[in-house]
Ligand binder design. Sequence first.
Ligand SMILES: CC(C)(COP(=O)(O)OP(=O)(O)OC[C@H]1O[C@@H](n2cnc3c(N)ncnc32)[C@H](O)[C@@H]1OP(=O)(O)O)[C@@H](O)C(=O)NCCC(=O)NCCS
Length: 165
Amino acid sequence: MTDRINQIIENEHKVVLSHIMTPDMVNFSGTIHGGHILHFLDQTAYACAVKYSRYNVVTLSVDQVLFKKPIYAGELVSFFANVNYVGKTSMEVGIRVVAENLKARTQRHVMTCYFTMVAMDEYMRPCAVEPLALETEEEKRWFKEAEMRKAVRIDAAAKHKELKK
Ligand SMILES: CC(C)(COP(=O)(O)OP(=O)(O)OC[C@H]1O[C@@H](n2cnc3c(N)ncnc32)[C@H](O)[C@@H]1OP(=O)(O)O)[C@@H](O)C(=O)NCCC(=O)NCCS
């Protein structure tokens, strides 16, 4: 356990944020309101991208936020973030969301989603970020997958622009 915590603290491209779900976060269906989860996701992506780049960052896009399973008040929700990809100025942060029932000691994987964050200089212009060092086979695979998702995003944005003409 200590090894895992040290790995996250020492690793400049990883962060974990955990939040307890309180009754004031509940929606009219009695489960946690998606807006709260979106807020925590954005905070986590921000923390991860700033920690890696050491620049201020802005959120450019969010993909694969799917609320397929509800989250309940009283659960501890952890957001495990990793910088998967670095281009020139943009970074893809992958976030694995795990909800934990503390009394039953059970965990559920709720979603994995992807944030594109852009590093900004002091004049609020996109600025270059250190390239990502890929050490493990898993990191190489995540990078490749993120690169493919970026191409899909750029293609989708271009097609959307065409449709709007
Ligand atoms: C983020 C922002 C600065 C990017 O501006 P831009 O004019 O697209 O800048 P660039 O063309 O230099 O692109 C910046 C990076 O984003 C990437 N990018 C741009 N459009 C993209 C898209 N549709 N999909 C994926 N990546 C994209 C570019 O490839 C580039 O990455 P790279 O340098 O790693 O190759 C600008 O869109 C912005 O200020 N957005 C508002 C951000 C904000 O306020 N967020 C909070 C939400 S309210």
